[in-house]
Write a protein of this length. Structure first.
Length: 524
């Protein structure tokens, strides 16, 4: 059967991971067993990420497919006895759900060949494993094996992984019953790991698909068909770029029934990171501060892809041709965050590959702006500002110099000129796209007082004007917003509230001010 035919067959007969359809009174119970073994046979090189893959598989299904931790079993680098005991526990767990439908998901990452799994120096026949798993009282059994499919005695495993093809039984009843077996390579192909992903290639793309990029029909749920199609295409594309063989994931299916299998759903509290359409552009998203790779995807030239994430801070790398760049974003619960390409800062690809999610983004910003607003006497004041920002990740230091004037009246007409120096702390994305500034301002003030009846006193020996000068100090609070104009230029809008403690007529007084600052900034 051709690859396209396999995909079509999969589209027609798959049911959803979390549930079997809206007709059910309650969703099925999902039991998950994930096995990862870096050590295979004594003749095989130790793997780097198989055990991490198994843990990531468990975490992804718990976070995105609503699998209960009590129904999840993880085995990493242990013995065949541990696997046998886990299967026994699964069987007992499944038997305890007498009034619920049970679905079983088995995942393996490690060395393998066409017939056997290789765990800690021993071979486990896949047929024996299937027989053990089939004895568990589950309506649907899904096996995912990420390992080589060498045809000889010794299988290779390096940087890529794959899956096997589907042979679908005719539908005979609503819902699905039977076994679906997915493997990370076709017969005779080696599966591989990728150091820059920190994972097996096929597993990485399969789990990435479940986080949103696999949602081809935009219905906020990812079916097994969609996840397979996404993982297949990305795995083939990625493996074709490397020195190893091109990988062709494949699936086999022996089931009865009809429907769709939804692997994961985009829940209301989940945040969505949307990527802009682009050509030959690759994105990697790392959770901070852990550095965990949450997803790697290629932008689509005609549609906007999305990735489902939990709230938090993330570093996004953008790689296009021979150029690399990165930015740090803060995502809130239930937020639809659209990635802004103008906020990326260029870095060498070698540095991006080395640092991954630990990259510290430091950059400078220069700004020239005009500030207009109301003084403490509710009269209009204005000033010019030159601003320098040093930003690192989501925070930075801001230094600004300003000069301006205002005119107001009290007992006399007052013309005030000032020179100011501000020092602030900036917290980026404090309120979504708004950046918070907190700081203190020092201002030199020169005031000229003119009597209101000055025109009548011109020829009299009475002082018409007087002068006063001094320093004032006070707090500053501001909210800043960037309007991107190009990759480095921005129009800035800043709402500023500040106050100054200063001496007037021999007394210390506090003078509040508020204004709107408009300007242009340049990142370098």
């Amino acid at each position: 059967m051709s690859v396209i035919a396999r995909i079509v067959a999969l589209a027609g007969f798959l049911v959803c991971f979390p549930g079997l359809g809206s007709a059910q009174a309650s969703p099925p119970v999902r039991l998950v067993l994930a096995v990862g073994s870096n050590q295979g046979l004594s003749s095989e090189a130790e793997l780097s990420y198989a055990q991490r893959d198994a843990q990531h598989f468990i975490e992804t299904l718990q976070n995105y497919a609503q699998v209960s931790p009590q129904d999840s079993y993880l085995i990493t680098g242990e013995t065949i006895l541990s696997l046998s005991q886990a299967i026994d526990s699964l069987s007992q767990r499944a038997a305890s759900y007498t009034d619920r439908e049970v679905q079983l998901y088995f995942y393996f990452s490690g060395h393998a060949d066409e017939k056997d799994l290789h765990i800690a120096g021993l071979r486990i026949p896949i047929t024996d494993l299937e027989s053990r798993l089939s004895s568990i009282a589950a309506r649907l059994h899904i096996l995912i094996i990420d390992g080589c499919r060498g045809l000889g005695d010794v299988a290779l495993k390096g940087g890529f992984r794959r899956t096997i093809g589907f042979s679908a039984a005719p539908p005979s009843a609503p819902g699905m019953a039977g076994m679906i077996k997915m493997r990370s390579s076709s017969p005779g192909e080696a599966s591989q790991e990728a150091g820059d992903l920190g994972a097996a290639i096929f597993t990485h793309y399969l789990l990435t698909a479940l986080k949103g990029p696999g949602d081809y029909d935009h219905d906020q749920q990812i079916t097994l068909d969609e996840a397979y199609r996404y993982a297949y295409r990305q795995t083939v594309k990625r493996s074709a770029m490397g020195p190893g063989n091109v990988m062709h994931p494949s699936v086999e299916m022996n089931v009865e029934g009809a429907g769709e299998i939804v692997v994961s759903r985009v829940t209301a509290h989940s945040a969505q990171l949307h990527f802009p359409p682009a050509v030959d552009t690759r994105y990697l998203v790392y959770r901070r501060p852990s550095g965990t790779l949450m997803g790697e995807l290629w932008a689509h030239p005609q549609r906007r892809l999305s990735l489902t994430l939990s709230p938090g801070e993330y570093l996004v790398q953008q790689r296009k041709q021979n150029q690399g760049s990165a930015q740090i974003i803060q995502i809130e619960a239930a937020q639809n965050y659209r990635l802004q390409t103008n906020l990326f800062h260029n870095y060498p690809l070698s540095l991006l590959s080395q640092k991954k999610g630990a990259l510290q983004i430091n950059y400078h910003q220069a700004q020239l702006s005009y500030l207009g607003g109301l003084s403490h006497q509710a009269t209009y004041g204005q000033s010019l500002r030159a601003v320098y920002r040093y930003l690192s990740g989501h925070q930075g230091v801001v230094l600004s110099v300003s000069g301006g004037e205002s005119n107001y009246q009290k007992q006399q007409e007052v013309r005030e000129r000032h020179l100011g120096l501000d020092l602030r702390y900036q917290r980026n994305h404090f309120l979504g796209p708004l950046h918070l500034n907190l700081g203190v301002g020092l201002r030199y003030v020169q005031q000229r007082f003119t009597r209101k009846d000055a025109s009548r006193l011109v020829n009299l020996p009475i002082p018409i004007e007087s002068f006063q000068e001094g320093l004032s100090l006070g707090p500053i609070v501001a909210l800043l917003y960037y309007f991107p104009l190009s990759d480095r230029f921005n129009l800035t809008a800043e709402i500023i509230a500040q106050g100054y403690l200063r001496g007037e007529d021999g007394q210390a007084v506090f003078r509040p001010e508020a204004g709107l600052d408009l300007g242009f900034s340049y990142d370098f």
